[in-house]
Write a protein that binds this ligand. Structure first.
Ligand SMILES: [Zn+2]
Length: 183
């Protein structure tokens, strides 16, 4: 079973390497990543979060945590943002690699992303709301960006303090009980 790395692990700050589109090995890896994501009630997981510095993410923003048959993960190989649009929205984000906290992050709501699927075919996915936010969050991971780099500079110390508090409380991936507030 893959293990989730937690901030400040250096792998989370590295720029991940491109994958070989169509590489058969990605099927097994992404299946294991999806399992980790579902086991922790996440809506996305990037390969660096399980220690693999590869441009590979798994996303599912629409499943029911009580119903395994509703799971429908999308695997994105070498995803690239091709368009962001809309007035920026601030919303709380959690991260399996920063367990216990929710941090306000400002993002444009709409994202269009180009990627390869597991068969090496080029695809695009686009959406706003949770999907747009999740795509941007996971692609940030491929560029070494965690919540602490995405948060507004004036809230960075608050976010780090909240994370220390979450660690002290032993909060687990999937938990986001300590909420950092916009000042
Ligand atoms: Zn994350």
């Amino acid at each position: 079973m893959l293990e989730i790395l937690r901030a400040p692990d250096p792998v989370l700050r590295a720029t991940a390497d491109p994958c070989e589109p169509g590489d058969e090995a990605l099927k097994e890896i992404s299946e294991q990543m999806a399992e980790v994501m579902y086991n922790n009630n996440g809506c996305g997981l990037a390969a660096p979060q399980v220690g693999l510095s590869k441009r590979l993410i798994v996303i599912d923003v629409a499943y029911d945590t009580e119903d395994e048959s509703s799971r429908d993960p999308i695997v994105l190989v070498n995803p690239e943002i091709v368009e962001l649009a809309g007035d920026p929205v601030i919303d709380g984000e959690g991260c399996l690699s920063c367990p216990g906290i929710s941090v306000p992050i400002k993002r444009k709501p709409y994202a269009k992303v180009r990627y390869y699927n597991l068969d090496g075919e080029l695809w695009e996915i686009a959406g706003d709301g949770l999907l747009g936010r999740c795509l941007q969050h996971e692609i940030d991971h491929l560029n070494g960006i965690t919540l602490f780099e995405s948060v507004a500079p004036e809230l960075r110390i608050d976010a780090l303090n909240a994370y220390e508090e979450a660690k002290a409380q032993g909060l687990k991936p999937g938990e986001t009980g300590i909420e950092v507030k916009v000042r």
